[in-house]
Design a protein around this ligand. Structure first.
Ligand code: AMP
Length: 590
């Protein structure tokens, strides 16, 4: 039961008495050594949450529910939109599989602190691999299965994994894409050599396992079960790469204790879910929403989590919500646009168990939210997220007795507890500007950035006073705390809600020998929200001009086809400032 009925009472409690607030929130977690201190500043200036406490996240997500009588409840329900397979795994079954696979990982030499790279589509095995790492204190690094070999190689070299786990294939629509070519290319390109690869064999496209290097996933599930190890709250649970302005993806590190507390509180406070409820996120497990709300938050809270492989159609979402009595659906505007497109042929949804629908990840047009409200006949709200924060910065609070003000419903809501946003206007006196968040950030947010084999304070996100985290999003704040989002202040592009940096794409294009200069900008896309468009200046010194097809192929080869680059314009020059910096915003309007 939440101790507050109104938003203001809840938010003020976190603002004015943060130690008390977070120590009380921490009671949702089963600790080995319970916390006495909520937050402590580290020697590097960043912050640790519950620094004197110990726990195991996998124990909180799995074992404790079996011990508390939920062993027979479905923990994970998986539906593949590609193969139409469906699987249900109870908490008791999950415990057996996770403990066995954790033992299997140990047999391959994986120990506490080792990194394990998981390159998998959304499958039950992906969640098992994540939880098994958490069980033995290994740090999982999940990589979206759509990445091509070179980008995979970069991540292998960044985190130096002891083991790589992959599926024999993933799917693009209904087409099976074997994983071996990208994996082998990545392993040939990377300097680091993992000790072993673990393969989930899929019927649609089994792989031939290489002797010595490769191991069968399901064989490893049968190893002697490994018990959950005791970890310090601040020990890393996972690293997840995300694009920024640096041209290379950064590894965002997440802790164990703060993450478990923030997610457990959010399930109750934001999504209004209690143990036994069913939560459904359409996000791929390779992205942050999949990590937080496909796996950890619902499981830590004793809920049932519905996860899907591939883009679920309106009818599939409807069927899953209906069949499993989903209470809360979490999706993206892109997914919702797909559903709207298909729903013309469907009658409206009748889903009595569904209480609310949340979207996040990209701009949500109010007309889209209105369509979803009329189709599902439920409250549909938007909230603001980042990989770095791990949970929503601003949201709507369905766990509070006070009803959400209707006027706020189309926007990203008000700050979640512990988030203290402020605006830094680019022109003094303006209401709009870059959104910054006062430090310390609440629990659950980045514990640092992975660099040179250690976790470091995220210097690239700090303002010059080192008092604020820069969100690199622009917006404004109302007197009633409501935040409005205007978009990114940097070059990050959201393709179907997935994040990629324009500079990252530019670097690939610029490596073409016949390219003199280039710029990549985002343009609106009817279905996918945004897509990249490239402006290329051919090198006049090179006789053979580059073709648009070559440029697109080069980007796809390095990053993967999901980037969706189709439009390449050849221009004689790019607009620049007097100091020679490319002004991408002028390309957008030209
Ligand atoms: P990611 O790290 O992939 O979750 O992407 C984070 C970025 O997505 C944010 O910095 C925003 O630019 C954008 N974003 C997330 N949620 C929203 C939202 N509700 N409305 C508009 N943009 C959003």
């Amino acid at each position: 039961m939440l101790p507050w009925t109104t938003y203001e009472a809840m938010y003020d409690a976190a603002l004015n008495r943060p130690e008390k607030f977070w120590l009380a929130a921490a009671q949702r977690v089963t600790w080995k050594q319970p916390p006495v201190t909520a937050c402590r500043t580290r020697a590097d200036g960043w912050h640790d949450w519950f620094p004197d406490a110990t726990l195991n996240t996998c124990y909180n997500a799995v074992d404790r529910h079996v011990e508390n009588g939920r062993g027979g409840q479905a923990a994970l329900i998986w539906h593949s939109c590609a193969t139409r397979e469906r699987r249900v795994v109870t908490y008791r079954e999950l415990q057996g599989k996770v403990a066995g696979f954790a033992g299997g990982l140990r047999s391959l030499g994986v120990e506490k602190g080792d990194r394990v790279l998981i390159v998998m589509p959304t499958m039950i095995e992906t969640a098992i691999a994540m939880l098994a790492c958490a069980r033995i204190g290994a740090v999982h690094v999940v990589v979206f299965a759509g990445y091509a070999g070179p980008e995979l190689a970069r991540r292998i070299d960044d985190v130096a994994p002891k083991v790589i786990i992959t599926a024999s294939c993933s799917f693009q629509g209904q087409t099976a894409i074997p994983s071996a070519p990208a994996l082998n290319e990545a392993l040939a390109e990377a300097a680091h050599r993992p000790q072993a690869c673990v393969i989930v064999q899929r019927k649609a496209c089994p792989a031939s396992l290489l002797p010595v290097r490769d191991h069968d996933f399901h064989m490893l599930e049968h190893f002697a079960p490994a018990e959950p190890v005791t970890l310090r709250s601040e020990d890393p649970l996972y690293i997840l790469h995300t694009s920024g302005t640096t041209g290379h993806a950064k590894g965002i590190a997440r802790d164990n204790g703060g993450h478990a507390v923030a997610l457990a509180l959010s399930m109750e406070l934001i999504y209004g879910c209690k143990p036994g409820d069913t939560f459904f996120t359409t996000s791929d497990l390779g992205w942050v929403v999949g990590h937080s709300y496909g796996v950890y938050a619902p499981l830590i809270s004793g809920c049932t989590s519905v996860i899907v492989e591939g883009g679920a159609s309106a009818s599939a979402v409807h069927a899953l919500c209906h069949e499993h009595e989903v209470k809360c659906l979490f999706t993206t505007p892109t997914q919702m646009r797909l559903m709207r497109q298909e729903s013309r042929h469907l009658s409206g949804a009748i889903l009595p168990a569904l209480a609310c629908i949340f979207v996040a990840g990209e701009y949500a047009d109010p007309t889209l939210l209105d369509w979803a409200r009329s189709y599902f006949r439920k409250p549909v709200v938007n909230h603001w997220w980042q990989t770095e924060t791990g949970w929503s910065i601003t949201a709507h609070f369905f766990g509070l007795a006070e009803r959400e003000p209707v006027a706020l419903m189309n926007d990203i809501g008000r700050p979640a507890p512990g988030f203290r946003p402020a605006i830094v206007p680019s022109i003094p006196g303006e209401r709009c500007g870059e959104i910054v968040l006062s430090l310390p950030l609440p629990p659950g947010c980045l514990a640092g950035v992975w660099k040179d084999r250690t976790i470091r304070a995220p210097a690239a996100y700090l303002d010059e006073t080192c008092r604020y985290y820069r969100a690199f999003d622009e917006g404004m704040i109302e007197a009633n705390r409501a935040v409005h989002m205007l978009g990114r202040s940097d070059d990050v592009i959201k393709v179907a809600g997935r994040r990629i940096s324009g500079v990252q794409i530019e670097k690939i294009i610029a490596s073409h020998p016949a390219v003199h200069a280039c710029a990549v900008v985002a343009t609106p896309d009817e279905l996918r929200g945004q897509r990249p468009v490239a402006y290329v200046v051919p090198d006049p010194e090179v006789e053979c001009a580059p073709s648009a097809e070559e440029i697109v192929a080069r980007v796809n080869e390095v990053l993967g086809r999901w980037i969706g680059l189709k439009e390449v314009h050849f221009v004689s020059h790019l607009p620049t400032t007097v100091s020679g910096k490319i002004t991408r915003k002028r390309l957008l309007v030209s």
